[in-house]
Design a binder for this molecule. Structure first.
Ligand SMILES: [Zn+2]
Length: 300
């Protein structure tokens, strides 16, 4: 009995050891398996991210890694609205967007397109006339509006946006010394103007700011940028606001036409005014067809 008992114990312990060993081995296998299975999803998670960029040529693995970084680089500038626009226009057919205005403000479109910009409105008498003309000629332009006028004529802000033109902040009340004011005052002025525009068109895109008189300062440019607006100067200025003594309306019109025709180049940003400048509107009756046949007219 005793012997058989010890035998049994021995046998049992041998069995236990054996099953223990087997169990360990099995455990080792199962732990090893998850290790490989977890390793697989990781590698397979990496793989799918590669194919979209490589798509066709699978064997050339270094190739897919190259396009991948270049893609985010192309996407990167987009979130920053201004940089995105600068980037997209700069890459257009070798035309570099020039920023040689005051405080490095923009002077050219960055493409072969010519941008017509109209300042100081909206004006209840002349903005509708201009809008009608632009629509008839299928031309998109950019309107640099004054906050007080935007507040007075929300219907014109709506018409500008509805026709697909671009909006630009031209300060609340055309303060020529805005750029020299403290940053907080600049901010308040720009925000008040944008609020007046957006009271007419909620969520309106306002990608540009133009300093009254073109008087950009580094602090005005910086604040505009902070508020999502690029600082827009110009390249061609027909001085349509300047009425020298003795100049007839006809001569004034001819002057505007002559200067624009003489100085506009591919990529030019042209400055004009749609506020209280009837001769400007008349001049554009001649200029619009002339420009259209020579240039691609673009909204910024
Ligand atoms: Zn102005």
């Amino acid at each position: 009995m005793r012997l058989s008992h010890t035998r049994k114990v021995f046998m049992l312990s041998v069995l236990l050891i054996m099953t223990g060993l087997l169990g360990q081995a099995a455990a080792a296998q199962t732990t090893a398996k998850p290790a490989t299975t977890t390793a697989e999803p990781v590698s397979s998670a990496v793989v799918p991210s590669d194919p979209p960029s490589s798509a066709g040529p699978a064997p050339s693995k270094p190739a897919p890694s190259k396009p991948a970084p270049s893609k985010p680089a192309a996407v990167k500038p987009k979130p920053a609205t201004n940089a995105g626009r600068t980037e997209s226009t700069t890459t257009g057919k070798g035309h570099k967007q020039r920023t040689n205005g005051p405080a490095r403000s923009i002077t050219t479109t960055g493409s072969a397109g010519v941008a017509l910009t109209f300042d100081d409105g909206p004006d209840p008498a002349y903005t509708p006339q201009l809008l009608k003309m632009l629509a008839q000629q299928h031309v998109k332009a950019t309107f640099c509006v004054v906050g007080t006028n935007a507040k007075k004529h929300p219907e014109l802000i709506r018409a500008i946006v509805k026709q697909g033109h671009t909006l630009c902040n031209h300060s609340w009340n055309h303060d020529l010394k805005l750029g020299k004011k403290p940053a907080a005052k600049i901010k308040a002025d720009l925000e008040r103007t944008n609020a007046a525009i957006r009271a007419a068109v909620p969520n309106a895109k306002i990608r540009f700011m133009r300093a009254p008189g073109g008087n950009f300062t580094p602090s005005l440019v910086k604040m505009s940028k902070k508020l999502g607006m690029a600082s827009l100067y110009w390249q061609v200025d027909p001085r349509d606001w300047d009425h020298p003594k003795g100049e007839s309306a006809g001569d004034h019109r001819k002057k505007i036409v002559k200067i624009v025709q003489k100085h506009t180049r591919p990529g030019s940003v042209v400055l004009s005014h749609d506020n209280a400048q009837p001769d400007t509107i008349a001049a554009y009756k001649t200029l619009l067809p002339w420009l259209r046949h020579r240039y691609r007219l673009v909204a910024l």
